[in-house]
Ligand binder design. Structure first.
Ligand SMILES: NC(=O)c1ccc[n+]([C@@H]2O[C@H](COP(=O)([O-])OP(=O)(O)OC[C@H]3O[C@@H](n4cnc5c(N)ncnc54)[C@H](OP(=O)(O)O)[C@@H]3O)[C@@H](O)[C@H]2O)c1
Length: 275
């Protein structure tokens, strides 16, 4: 039985393949992307569900970045997995996802509902923001902009999401469940800026913007106006506390604590990842 890994070239996907130690069957969009993965691979695209190779009893890790066709493609791949007799689908969503949510929350909410109703055994990983994003958010003048206010956020190292996925994909298939995944602590963005100052060796400060100003800022940075507004609104919702609590789920599933931000920043050669 194969463990089929989509999003294999991504931040979580690469870490998952390392966790699986070559036991994965990776799905990549171009043949040249498979060579350095260290596992078997096939060329496939989530927009062509039949190109995702699933045999009866296989287990599927379903993950990708977001694009306009995300919901339709993910739903179609879930239907394909159900029709082919997959033993399990493990997917990556976002904490608090709901079909009516803003941006990725809404898209994931729609896919999650479809998976829950698919008849395939499922595990939904629902992480908060990734530590991998933080250093890349610092601009050339050492500023991070956001509309989080003083709300704490329990950022997680994406490698800990991969560790949870690996455990769920290699154990006997368990009950259907949603796993809320966080790091070990929930710092404010001022505290995160202090950690980044320490790690990067240059001053970093968090600049908090009210939603309207945040929307204008993100629009100036190139986001279309509606997306810029939704991003600032989503940050304000997060700052209101929806990602403030931490969970013990990583430790419960993998048997060790998730990495702290300080560990993450200290261990990583370059504390940034592809976005
Ligand atoms: N970043 C955060 O803070 C955060 C927080 C919570 C949840 N999430 C969720 O995490 C997920 C992203 O995970 P990640 O950061 O590991 O991804 P990532 O590093 O952005 O990589 C995206 C992966 O998806 C693949 N992909 C994109 N479109 C595809 C398609 N049509 N068919 C097949 N593969 C496709 C990419 O392949 P190519 O190499 O060919 O492009 C790549 O392997 C998203 O669902 C996001 O909402 C993110």
């Amino acid at each position: 039985m194969a463990i089929v890994v989509t999003g294999a070239t991504g931040t979580i996907g690469r870490a998952l393949i390392r966790e699986l130690g070559g036991a994965a069957l990776a799905v990549v969009r171009r043949p040249d992307q498979g060579a350095d993965l260290g596992c078997a691979y096939v060329v496939g695209d989530l927009e062509q569900p039949e190109s995702v190779p699933i045999e009866p009893g296989d287990r599927l890790f379903l993950n990708s970045s977001i694009w306009p066709g995300f919901v339709a493609a993910h739903r179609a791949v879930i239907d394909h997995a159900a029709a082919r007799g997959a033993a399990q689908v493990v997917t990556v969503s976002v904490r608090g996802a709901t079909p009516a949510g803003l941006l990725a929350s809404g898209l994931h909410g729609q896919v999650d509902d479809h998976l829950r109703a698919s008849g395939v055994p499922w595990s939904i990983l629902a992480p908060v923001g990734f530590m991998q994003n933080l250093a890349g958010d610092v601009d050339e003048e050492g500023r991070i902009f956001g509309s989080y206010g003083r709300g704490p956020v329990g950022y997680i190292d994406a490698r800990d999401i991969a560790a949870v996925a690996a455990a769920l994909l290699t154990r006997p298939v368990g009950d259907d469940a949603t796993y809320e995944l966080t790091g070990p602590a929930a710092p404010t963005h001022d505290e995160i800026a202090a950690e980044l100052t320490r790690a990067l060796g240059r001053p970093v400060r968090y600049v908090d913007l009210p939603v309207e100003e945040g929307a204008a800022h993100f629009e100036k940075r190139g986001l279309p106006a509606p997306a810029a507004r939704d991003l600032a609104r989503l940050m304000a919702q997060i700052g209101d506390g929806r990602w403030a609590s931490t969970t013990t789920t990583v430790a419960d599933v993998v048997g060790r604590a998730p990495r702290s931000l300080r560990e993450f920043l200290g261990q990583t050669e370059s504390p940034t990842a592809r976005r």
